[in-house]
Design a protein around this ligand. Structure first.
Ligand code: GAP
Length: 470
């Protein structure tokens, strides 16, 4: 019953296909609308993926809101006044350059096509610059669908997703209501509401987690780039003279957060935006080494007072702050941290996926999640499914634990197979109820990573689990 705790780590390919198939087969992530042939760049989270995602969001919220005296949370709406997206610059400037294949009409993002040829093209390039770069390299570019190499000239494609909300006339282009393209605009437009209701003083932060929508052109990178996704966004409002200092502090905190989530330092790197948006003072991405390459997991930006000033101008709401002590009036500057929940889950799945050769000649796949992130925390396993006393006792223990920890009850197959099943979904602890349990009220607890087992009294179970899982 006991496995030797010694093992060798083999190098095992964490390629995209492996992660995608594993995510589906274990109930983490499913392609959307699959029985209808799928729906491009949209995914559903399965039972375990939902737990994992909720844990990521909870730990982010705890770090950003609960553990900071001067940070509050917000839950603003997906639909907002259309003028907000004009003020923010999204209506005129939130676009990707694309070309169309002249043979099969497939749309291709120019920067991605160039990237595939090893040519760096960043999203801040002007239309003219991107066209020049495309013209220079287009001879090597072929259509991913039909392999033809004749394309239209690059043009900008706006990423905002339009809705027909409240539009009772035929002409919905008149003033379209968009599904929000980023959650932080909901924070900016509620700046005064928060200020006036929460007795906060600059510097203070507002955090929000919510859905965002983008008409992404490229749809081939699993949950890295989807058309519906969730953002975890944090806006820290500072005095103009303090913005860079606070931004540098935020950069350090965000880096440390991902390490705490279990991402290893060797798989993380900083990348400075090669070209800054005209209003930004500085901007860095935290990149993760995904199976599709080093890509942005989170952006940390010094946004200056651009957004508040724009909303002040477009809404005429007078969005300023007056210091209660110095009486100085100013428009606060913003340090922003913005990450995608799906990109976080993707990175965490890649990092956790481990293939181990054990000393006894067997091998196992184990998801080495940080324990706080693990979808199932504890598995309760009666040694034999055929013995009603063992199953009854195991059920009693399961009932006392399941309102406190996310538990799973499993009676099917040998105990070894059940341990493997729990390893495969990253359950940190398994509790086995055997014949000694019936005599002395003790159980075996088995640790996922070391595979070590210890015997413990049922009375001490809850406190031990709390300690082990914190
Ligand atoms: N408010 C700033 C902002 O939205 P962004 O770099 O466009 O900045 C921030 O997006 C984060 O949102 C990214 O770092 C990424 O994690 C996530 N994200 C952006 N587009 C995404 C998409 N199409 N699919 C999944 N996540 C996305």
């Amino acid at each position: 019953m006991e496995y030797t705790p010694h093992y060798n780590l083999t190098s095992f390919m964490k390629d995209l296909k492996t992660i995608v198939n594993y995510s589906k087969s274990k109930g983490f992530i499913f392609p959307s609308s699959e029985i209808y042939g799928g729906f491009s760049a949209i995914y559903d989270f399965g039972p375990l993926g939902t737990e994992l995602k909720n844990n990521v969001k909870h730990l982010w919220w705890k770090e950003m809101v609960w553990e900071n005296k001067n940070v509050v949370g917000l839950d603003s709406s997906i639909f907002m006044h259309p003028k907000i997206w004009e003020a923010s610059g999204h209506v005129s400037g939130f676009s990707d350059p694309l070309v169309e294949c002249q043979s099969c009409n497939t749309r291709i993002r120019v920067d991605h096509a160039l990237e595939d040829q090893g040519v760096e093209a960043d999203d801040k390039m002007t239309q003219e610059e991107i066209t020049q770069l495309f013209e220079k390299h287009k001879a090597q570019i072929t259509c991913p669908e039909c392999k033809a190499s004749s394309f239209t000239s690059p043009r900008q494609f706006n990423l905002l997703v339009k809705s027909n909300l409240g539009n009772f006339t035929e002409d919905m282009n008149k003033s379209p209501v968009y599904l929000r393209g980023e959650t932080c605009q909901g924070i900016y437009v509620n700046f005064l509401n928060v200020l006036n209701s929460m007795r906060v003083k600059v510097p203070f932060g507002i955090a929000q987690i919510g859905k965002a929508f983008r008409n992404e052109v490229t749809a081939r990178q699993f949950v890295f780039r989807t058309r519906e996704f969730e953002q975890m966004e944090f806006q820290y409002f500072t005095h103009p003279k303090d913005d860079i200092e606070e931004y540098e502090k935020l950069k350090k905190e965000r880096w440390n957060f991902w390490i705490k989530m279990g991402l290893s330092e060797k798989n993380l790197q900083w990348k400075r935006h090669p070209k800054l948006a005209f209003y930004a003072k500085d901007a860095y991405d935290i990149e993760y080494n995904y199976p599709i390459g080093w890509k942005e997991l989170e952006g940390v930006h010094a946004r200056g007072n651009y957004d508040l000033s724009q909303h002040d101008k477009f809404s005429e709401a007078k969005i300023t702050y007056t210091d209660p002590v110095t009486k100085e009036t100013f428009t606060p500057h913003v340090a922003e941290a913005s990450s995608g929940v799906e990109r976080a889950v993707f990175a965490i799945l890649c990092e956790a996926y481990t293939h181990e050769e054990l000393d006894n000649g067997e091998s196992r796949i184990v998801m080495k999640f940080n324990k706080q992130l693990a979808p199932i925390k504890v598995a309760v396993l009666p040694l034999l499914s055929s013995n009603s006393d063992l199953v009854k006792k195991a059920n009693e223990i399961f009932d006392t634990l399941r309102s406190k920890f996310m538990c799973q009850f499993d009676v099917t197959g040998s105990i070894g197979k059940r341990y493997r099943r729990q390893d495969e979904i990253g359950t940190p602890l398994c509790i086995t109820i055997d014949f000694d349990t019936l005599k002395d009220n003790t159980v075996t607890i088995r640790d996922r990573d070391s595979m070590k087992q210890q015997r413990i009294s049922v009375d001490k179970l809850e406190s031990l689990l709390r300690e082990e899982l914190s």
